[in-house]
Design a protein around this ligand. Structure first.
Ligand SMILES: [Zn+2]
Ligand SMILES: [Zn+2]
Length: 298
């Protein structure tokens, strides 16, 4: 990499078409601005959204595209006005690397809701160049969009927390689902579901993993410590579990019926939709109204 203030050439793994195949790709990072931090990428998680984007499942992919938005890196250079980070710090970057800084969500430190936010990759930065993600040797990130990784946390374990972890944790906090003793359902045991089970267990919840087959039972119960495992096609099992859950983290990233899962919720239960689904979802409103249920995304 070059010296401070020059454009740096880096190598990433880029998708060049919707085949799902990545190949080496060289490009330049922007010059280090006053609030910019240059990081050497140490680890980067793979999120299902990376798969969606590389394969153009959402219909908005621009190639070449370097995916990766669960990035842990080491600070190697800081801009003149960077106050939060120093060279050699271990830091994390997630799915957003820019915002307008002027709208109400930005001023309230909730820039994830900014209508002009800039995604970590497959977007255009303020300099007009495409943004590229963490499947690369280095990135430049504004200090506002970096977090410090605490010393006791292994960087490879921190990486998945920067999207999957936040995706599961944020609604739990937002909807007041932090008290011990709650009964949780986790629908789908991919990346977000995996972290969802761990977080819910850490909060002292009774966790039921719900899946379409029996394949992940051992992983859920023996490896992750789930308390129960329910196969969604097991009608007697689903009937027996009706009205038992305080909330469900629904991580399924494809269109699926919601009624079977709504029926598992107690009065005032919450169905939290976290899968990125590019088709409309349907459900019958009386089920939600009569149980005073809540469906929400996060
Ligand atoms: Zn993600
Ligand atoms: Zn904004």
């Amino acid at each position: 990499m070059g010296s401070h203030g020059t454009e740096k050439t880096v190598t990433g793994w880029a998708a060049r078409d919707p085949s799902g195949i990545l190949s080496p790709y060289s490009y330049t990072l922007r010059k280090t601005g006053p609030e910019d931090v240059v990081i050497k990428v140490l680890f980067c998680g793979i999120c299902h959204t990376d798969l969606h984007q590389t394969k153009n499942d959402l219909g908005m992919s621009k190639y070449p595209m370097v995916p990766g938005h669960e990035v842990v890196g080491e600070v190697v250079e800081v801009g003149a006005e960077v106050s939060k980070f120093e060279v050699a710090d271990t830091v994390g970057a997630g799915v957003i690397i820019g915002c307008c800084r002027e709208c109400a969500p930005c001023k309230a430190d909730t820039e994830q809701y900014c209508n002009r936010k800039i995604w970590t990759y497959n977007d255009v930065y303020t300099d007009g160049k495409p943004t590229q993600g963490g499947f690369a040797s280095a990135m430049v990130v504004d200090q506002k969009f970096l977090v410090k990784i605490p010393p006791g946390l292994a960087p490879e374990k921190a990486a998945p927390l920067l999207c999957a972890g936040l995706t599961a944790y944020s609604p739990m906090k937002h909807f007041g689902l932090m008290d011990a003793g709650l009964r949780a359902g986790v629908l789908g045991l991919g990346g977000v579901g995996h972290v969802g089970v761990k977080l819910a267990k850490a909060m002292g919840h009774h966790v039921t993993v719900i899946s379409s087959s029996d394949k992940k039972r051992a992983e859920a119960v023996d490896h992750l410590g789930a308390d129960a495992y329910l196969v969604s096609s097991d009608e007697p099992g689903m009937a027996a579990a009706a009205d038992t859950l305080d909330y469900i983290i629904d991580t399924v990233p494809v269109s699926h019926p919601l009624e079977p899962y709504l029926s598992l919720l107690k009065l005032n239960g919450k169905l939290i939709l976290l899968g990125v689904i590019n088709q409309p979802l349907q459900f019958l409103t009386p089920m939600v109204m009569l149980g005073n249920l809540h469906t929400a995304t996060s």
